[in-house]
Design a protein around this ligand. Structure first.
Ligand code: GLN
Length: 538
């Protein structure tokens, strides 16, 4: 395909309509027809990136190979498309303003008054087009965060309006709205959609395709009404009905012919059918699975499960790979103490300790690691989860009383988890963070070697503290070995216990790399071990 086509996805009426999933599903369908696709998220908040946001505010912070801290929707894009994203795929208002202000200070604007239009909108347009120009994608799908009508979305909508004008025939706009069902009258209502489209029109944008989120089937009559009021053809009124899993959405969108609408409107040939064999096989395995395992997910943000989005999805992928359903038992680390632990963890087949920052809930996590180690329950510790397993082992096996991470107690006597020397002088939050992809050499005959079936892997990081190599010999002598090492820095990336069915702690975040087509080998192997654990108990 010669020229990149741009698809903008906007939302109206309500937030949380699933723009990210619709964008990812459309991307999947176009990709399945042989096109190269990337998806970008524009976030209208003023933080430069979500790295400093509390997960309660914005859910999980997703990390890319190049170390960008991004919106969790990028996780969906990667899981659906099976391609990596990068910093260029997530732009915030903070980042846009930061670069415009930097240019202004450098004098790049030659004394001109710097304004939202054209300077901010130009910067936005540049960041959108870069994904087409530089990375040569056939399609760039740009999801605009927020809802049309929000004050903070305005510069983005304006940038889309200008781009549409500058590139006639090369772009289109898909607008998502909600069709509420009023139980009292037993009716689906189209008025919010009409108003939302009017709002877009006021901003100079006529949407080409409408995707209507609904709890009930839309009739042909309702679709015709929406088409008439909103100046779109009836085939472009697409139904997005609630489904039990996000992974069904590409199939539903294919049935609704969303991809065909897009191709026809952009005057592209519709010859192939989307090639979704692997996707459908995954869905079948997921729904047909009859066996079930229960995994305790021990964390501190369990009221907001979006905080652990990629972990949850990795379990879905790994469950399908093992033909089992993974049920997550959400465990609040702060509720775990010596008295409660047995009753909380007695019914689980495996334990995962989640990543995290700060001391809240850490002692509960350490107790959970001890429980898993002593009772031979399959254990998977991710980042802080690995660090907790290390602390537990130091305290209870190496008898290093009160061993800790210097993140929790700065002057702890046995700092088994610590900052590296070169980090200690840096004070800026974020400045010391190890972010993005690093290599990891895998030890022969370890649990993780069997899982990965590879000698060298690359995994993504997001942490400050590290295993303190001064203690490595003591740990290995007592049976907790470093089975993954960074070949360049000798930092410990994986610790595992040798005389245990499956006890693995990883300093990195495997959950960021699990996709439908490539479920993460550690998650797959962990679920396999939990299933064996369950069957052995019977
Ligand atoms: N707080 C720990 C650190 O900074 C772990 C971070 C994490 O779990 N992502 O090293």
């Amino acid at each position: 395909m010669s020229k990149t086509k741009y698809i903008f996805v906007t939302g109206g009426v309500s937030s949380s309509l699933g723009k990210g999933i619709i964008s990812a599903s459309l991307g999947k369908l176009l990709q399945a027809r042989g096109y190269s696709v990337t998806i970008q998220k524009l976030d209208p908040y003023i933080n430069v990136d979500p790295g400093t946001l509390n997960p309660y505010e914005h859910g999980e912070c997703f990390v890319t190979d190049d170390g960008a801290e991004t919106d969790l929707d990028l996780g969906h894009y990667e899981r659906f498309l099976n391609i990596p994203t990068s910093q260029a795929n997530n732009i915030t208002t903070g980042r846009i303003y930061q670069s415009v202000i930097l240019k202004e200070r450098r004098g790049d604007y030659l004394g001109k008054t710097v304004q939202v239009i054209p300077h901010i909108t130009d910067e936005i347009k540049h960041r959108i087009k870069i994904l087409g120009n530089k990375f040569k994608n056939d399609f760039v799908i740009t999801e605009i965060g927020g809802t049309v009508g929000d004050i903070e979305s305005l510069p983005y909508i304006e940038a889309v309006r200008q781009l549409r004008w500058e590139m006639p025939g090369e772009s289109l706009v898909i607008h998502l709205t909600l069709v509420p069902f009023l139980a009292a009258s037993g009716e689906l209502k189209t008025k919010p959609t009409q108003h939302s489209v009017k709002l877009l029109l006021e901003n100079g944008i006529q949407p080409d395709i409408l995707v209507l989120r609904t709890e009930h089937q839309l009739t042909a009559e309702l679709r015709a009404k929406v088409a008439r009021f909103c100046n779109v053809d009836i085939g472009s009124v697409i139904q997005s009905i609630d489904v039990s899993t996000i992974y069904e959405v590409p199939i539903l969108m294919a049935e609704e012919k969303l991809d065909i609408q897009v191709l026809e409107k952009l005057k592209l040939e519709v010859k192939e059918r989307p090639e979704l064999i692997q996707w459908k096989a995954f869905l079948k395995k997921m729904t047909d699975a009859s066996e079930k395992v229960i995994i305790a997910l021990v964390g501190k943000y369990i009221e907001l499960q979006d905080s652990y989005k990629s972990i949850v999805e990795s379990f879905v992928h790994a469950g399908a790979a093992n033909d089992v359903k993974v049920k997550i038992k959400w465990v609040d680390a702060e509720k775990i103490d010596e008295q409660s632990i047995n009753s909380i963890l007695t019914d689980v087949d495996g334990i995962l300790i989640a990543p995290g920052f700060g001391h809240r809930g850490v002692e509960g996590k350490i107790l959970a690691a001890q429980y898993a180690r002593e009772k031979a329950v399959p254990f998977f510790g991710i980042c802080l989860g690995m660090q907790c397993a290390v602390i537990e082992f130091a305290r209870n096996v190496l008898k290093l009383e009160n061993a800790n991470s210097t993140e929790m107690i700065a002057n702890t006597q046995y700092p088994v988890i610590d900052l590296m020397n070169e980090q200690k002088s840096i004070t800026d939050l974020g400045g010391t963070m190890r972010l993005g992809s690093y290599p990891c050499k895998i030890k022969k005959s370890s649990i993780v070697e069997k899982a990965y079936n590879a000698k060298l892997v690359n995994e993504r990081h997001r942490h400050r503290y590290e295993f303190n190599n001064a203690y490595i010999k003591e740990f290995e002598d007592k049976g907790m070995i470093a089975s993954g090492i960074n070949p360049d820095t000798q930092l410990v990336e994986i610790m595992e216990i040798t005389n245990h069915p499956w006890f693995v702690g990883v300093q990195f975040h495997p959950e960021y790399k699990s996709t439908v087509v490539n479920p993460h080998p550690l998650f797959v192997n962990f679920i396999k071990a939990t299933l064996e654990n369950k069957l052995n108990k019977k």
